[in-house]
Unconditional design. Structure first.
Length: 162
């Protein structure tokens, strides 16, 4: 039990070593890479890789595995950022509305004049207008259609502690 606590503390303090960084880099580039292939790339045995991955998962460093999907290929050619400022007393209602709109793919509560910044993928400008109409009686919005993304979504840098 004490060993497990020590392992967990190692990661809770943000300390990943050089091998962990290599392992994470491989998983970030392709989460489907087999343990045998990761082992070959990082210079460990497959069981050692499996144990390190398990520890990284248990410590919350690795929260899950996902797939990247192109919304345009699924019929959602328009992406937009919505800056949302609820009218007084409507903050929780706006959050509830946002959670219920399937076109909203991510949303953060932020500081500043706006309370929320949400990203939406929609089929048309008309659907974007209807989405905004869902919010307008509870919040003021400012919408920007995304033209391109010069920096794709990425993880923060991972630095070894050695």
């Amino acid at each position: 039990m004490k060993e497990k606590i020590i392992k967990r503390l190692r990661y809770e303090n943000g300390a990943v070593d050089r091998i962990d960084k290599k392992l994470l880099d491989v998983l970030i580039s392709n989460a489907r890479t087999s343990n045998a292939e990761i082992a070959r790339l990082v210079g460990l045995s497959a069981p050692s890789v499996a144990e390190r991955i398990k520890r990284l998962e248990e410590a919350g460093v690795i929260e899950g595995y996902t797939v990247k999907i192109n919304p345009e290929s699924l019929g959602f050619p328009i992406s937009a950022w919505l800056r949302i400022r609820p009218v007084p007393g409507e903050l929780h209602k706006v959050a509830e509305i946002l959670r219920g709109l399937p076109e909203i793919v991510e949303c953060d509560r932020v500081t500043g004049e706006d309370c929320f910044i949400a990203r939406a993928h929609v089929q048309s400008v008309a659907r974007l207008e209807k989405l905004i109409d869902e919010l307008i009686s509870h919040a003021m919005t400012n919408t920007s259609i995304i033209q391109s993304s010069p920096v794709e979504r990425r993880l923060p840098p991972i630095y070894p502690t050695e």
